[in-house]
Design a protein. Sequence first.
Length: 134
Amino acid sequence: MKQVEHIGIAVKELNNSIPLFEKLLNSPCYKTEVVDSEQVKTAFFQTGQTKIELLESMTPNGVISRFIEKKGEGLHHIAFEVEDIISEMKRLSSEGFVLLSDAPKKGADNKWVCFLHPKGTNGVLIELCQSIVS
């Protein structure tokens, strides 16, 4: 794993959270995006080398909605940039980690993504990210 790529934060409403994080980070939101595969709307901020991703559910029974119902708004996941997501998935699987998908999915910010089950990572949802090269 190369570095922390971004930190994901679950929010109820981007419209309320974007201005809050712009003030907090003293930085504008540089991008919003819909990720159909995860049924979320996202907003990105850059602070130093790290990005912050806000996630709002597009459906009442979506992953983010269920997360907020259970735990409230807050830290959802930590994403790590990887050189080769397929190799990293194979390596982690062979080490006993449970992957939440058999193949990478197209995620936000032009990335291939795969999540690790938090039961095997001390309760922290981990995301692997690799830039999609066109």
